[in-house]
Write a protein that binds this ligand. Sequence first.
Ligand code: ARG
Length: 283
Amino acid sequence: MKPQRHEVFLMCPPGHFEVSYVINPWMEGNVALGDQALAARQWQALRDGLRQVAEVREMPSAAGLPDMVFTANGGLVLEDKVVLSRFRHAERQGEEAHFAGWFAEQGLRVLRMPDAIAFEGAGDALLDRQSELLWMGYGHRTDVRAAPLIAGWLDIEVQSLQLADPRFYHLDTCFCPLEGGHVMYYPAAFDTASQKAIACRVPQQRRIVVGEQDALDFACNTVNAGRHVFLNRASPPLRAQLEDKGFEVHETPLSEFMKAGGAAKCLTLKLTEPRRRAANAGR
Ligand code: ARG
């Protein structure tokens, strides 16, 4: 595996990771049941795999902020700007200052949401990999009013999608834009209008529909770097579909993080997000 181009991902080691509160259905019944040594090994395996094909930068973890390991939620990066998250739950709001400081140190321009508008970064805002389009989820965490603000600040078209199943509370738990304009998703996580919007924007041959079991295994929570995809688990039929589209599938078990409601993609934030304008001539 060789890096195909220079892609950079942000990760935060799980030194302070644990399930110590419940803010999504996955965390229920898992408080204080984590195995920290196993979490560390699983995190390192993901990082080391990703390092084979991309650069990984690490930010320090912080005591009392166990979910900061999920860097996808720190903000949304496009070119040299980052829209900082404003977490819905008080338990995660302390992360905002850490992410803001780290982003500013990297030279990114940090944009902030108004206080009353929740926004959970690249957990709920995913750039299409072919078109100049931002897919945004709402209904559980991110406020629907975040979409027009971000569209204006980043000068990008936004397609909002309503999330309908509490188990799939962030967009990146059930939807994943992939290189080449493919989109892997679990349709039942969305309301009917949003399912139609996806079908309207993405031609059938580029839709990779995931079944419930794969969705519950966090298959849609995939890190994509070039033709490589890293995920917790994929059933043989899903693996075959991905391979058929030219992807190399790397399974990397993340059971400890699933106890907190996250997996591969949540544990990373892509920092290199160029504009897709040149490729925007259509799919
Ligand atoms: N416990 C975290 C939360 O509920 C998990 C976040 C997972 N991140 C993600 N991008 N889906 O906020």
